[in-house]
Design a protein around this ligand. Structure first.
Ligand SMILES: [Zn+2]
Length: 286
């Protein structure tokens, strides 16, 4: 099994999704700087982290996170006993079994050669609910053109799936997602990512040009007329602008990504209308 037993200790900097670990020790489980890992404290306390630093450690099994990072695992005293696991997505579970067992899976719809459009939802399941349905809907509506989709879906029974499974889009590493690795170098002409956030609107960002954002804004506005939900273009200073070249949606399409952040209401009541509107925009381009 790709796991090592770790001594959990504190780290001064980083976000709650970040950890550090010794590079040689990481290599023993096939991991390296920038990869995701699953850190487990007890049978029921585990979460995903991105390895953001790889200092030489002595002993070499030390894994470090900030207080808020450890709080995701309810860790209270340090050093603590943990395990570091290179398996991020569950390799075999169905969606139903993953949901029942509080697990995390990835899904790929792809014919192996399509280069027009990939629709993605890195935070599906209960992480950002409804978004995986939207990515899969776009691929389904445009199936005649062979459109691809890639989704991750995470669940946590009785708890916060976002806290356990969310990896920010600029950190997602294909080495940790075997199905993503199959398309990461495809160089799609277009990529669109569906996300959810807590603001009361829809925000369109990404590395793509303004003209495409305006087209998608107009299509979504037309599709949800009367909803009272505003559809806005993200400004470059917005934390949700999605224009970082490292954002997975931009990496999949040579920078030509569109990122759509949506309120809970938008994803609950209008997920299909929004997905169909987005599909209609790309249908004329691929
Ligand atoms: Zn998201």
């Amino acid at each position: 099994m790709p796991i090592y037993t770790a001594s959990g200790q504190k780290r001064a900097s980083g976000t709650k999704e970040h950890c550090s670990a010794d590079p040689q020790k990481l290599a023993t489980i096939g991991c390296a700087l920038g990869h995701q890992v699953r850190v487990r404290l007890t049978a029921n306390e585990y979460a995903l982290y991105t390895v953001k630093q790889t200092p030489q450690e002595n002993p070499d099994n030390i894994v470090r996170m900030t207080d808020t990072g450890w709080s995701r695992l309810a860790a209270v005293s340090f050093p603590c006993n943990a395990t570091v696991d290179s398996q991020v997505v569950h390799p075999t579970y169905t969606d139903a079994y993953a949901e029942a067992n509080s697990e995390f899976v990835e899904r790929l719809t792809d014919n192996g050669t399509h280069v027009g459009l990939v629709a993605i939802a890195p935070h599906g399941g209960k992480i950002e609910e409804g978004t995986d349905l939207q990515a899969e809907r776009v691929a389904s509506v445009l199936a005649a053109k062979g459109v691809s989709s890639w989704c991750c879906k995470g669940w946590k029974q009785g708890g916060d799936a976002y806290d356990r499974w969310h990896i920010t889009s600029t950190d997602i590493h294909e080495a940790s997602f075997p199905l993503l690795s199959k398309i990461i170098n495809r160089e799609f002409s277009y990529a669109v990512a569906f996300h959810g956030f807590s603001q009361n609107k829809i925000l369109i960002g990404g590395g793509a040009n303004l003209a495409l954002k305006l087209e998608i804004q107009q299509a979504i506005q037309n599709a949800i007329v009367g909803s009272g939900i505003s559809v806005e273009i993200a400004t470059p200073k917005s934390p949700f602008d999605g224009d970082n070249p490292n954002n997975i949606v931009n990496r999949l399409a040579n920078g030509n990504g569109i990122q759509i952040e949506q309120s809970k209401k938008a994803r609950t009541n209008y997920w299909q209308q929004i997905a169909d509107a987005v599909a209609s925009v790309y249908n004329s381009k691929i």
